[in-house]
Design a protein around this ligand. Sequence first.
Ligand SMILES: [Zn+2]
Length: 153
Amino acid sequence: MSKALKTGGEVDSYCTKCKMILNHRIIAMVGTTPVRVECSTCNSHHNYRPRMPGEKSSPTASGTGRSSPTPRVAKETRAAQAERERTQSWEKSIAGKALKDFRPYRISERFNEGDLLRHSKFGDGVVLRVIDAGKVEVLFKDDTRTLAQGIGA
Ligand SMILES: [Zn+2]
């Protein structure tokens, strides 16, 4: 038996007053999930709780038996986290710097670690490290890029 849940419909929920899984009437739903329910036994209104508090995850024998996984906010991926940290360190490096502190990036220029530069396409950046005489790693707002330097100087 699988009936679609809807406002005014019935659902098994834990009652905070009766302290049991009991039949409830759905008062409010968000999407397909009941959020507020009314206990058919004691008529109290409370939030929908598909399980007993503290219960791990044993589906009740009675009722719909439908397990409703609690929606979880997607955990920040490692890449997203690195991305955020990079943007933060970029902002820190750029913050409060005057326009004159930025050197226009030219392939013929040579840069040192910590130098601020302005790239015609990528915008403001800070030199993270000098890879070798011909290459620098530059942190831009949207990405870290390896740029050539000292070419034809
Ligand atoms: Zn109740």
